[in-house]
Design a protein. Structure first.
Length: 176
């Protein structure tokens, strides 16, 4: 019976590698974003002289938006792989991000929601720069959805703070 239990546990433990192709796919998505970024940049450069200030701001916001999505993807790939699959063995590499290996699920959630809020903010700003192209209803929905992201972020941060305080109290008084 112990042999079966050990076999089941080993199988479950090794199942984490099923996630590896998913993280590779997300890394490939970074390449797709890079192509889209370059495509957008090539589209902007020849027209920059004739563009209005508002158009330049919108173009820059679009590029920032793509960069933020790329950052979001990279955070998910690094933190997800390290938390669920295996450690990435680049401790002594000079370009290793400082946060790599230290971001747990709590930190990842906060960083993800912060990135989503930033991306949503850019979309709302873009809409307000072209406010005449949107109905009031559409604008209200955009702001409402953005506010839900903001509220979700605040609630996630509060829940993590409560959980952290509960863990500290539990460690201080383990037999309560």
């Amino acid at each position: 019976m112990q042999f079966i239990e050990k076999l089941i546990e080993q199988t479950i433990f090794r199942a984490r590698w099923i996630l590896a192709p998913i993280y590779l796919g997300l890394a490939a998505a970074l390449l797709i974003l890079c192509v889209k970024f370059v495509q957008e940049l090539i589209h902007i450069i020849p027209r920059v002289i004739e563009m209005s200030e508002e158009q330049i701001v919108l173009a820059c916001l679009t590029l920032i938006d793509v960069a933020l999505v790329g950052n979001l993807l990279l955070m998910v790939v690094f933190a997800g792989y390290e938390n669920f699959v295996s450690k990435i063995n680049v401790q002594h590499h000079e370009d290793r991000p400082v946060w790599m290996g230290r971001v747990g699920m709590s930190g990842l959630k906060i960083r993800l929601i912060a990135s989503i809020v930033a991306i949503s903010s850019i979309q709302v700003l873009k809409a307000f720069l072209h406010v005449h192209e949107y109905s009031d209803r559409h604008l209200i929905w955009m702001v409402a959805i953005h506010m839900m992201f903001v509220i979700s972020g605040v609630l996630l941060a509060v829940m993590d703070l409560i959980a952290e305080k509960a863990t500290v109290l539990e460690q201080q008084h383990p037999h309560r």
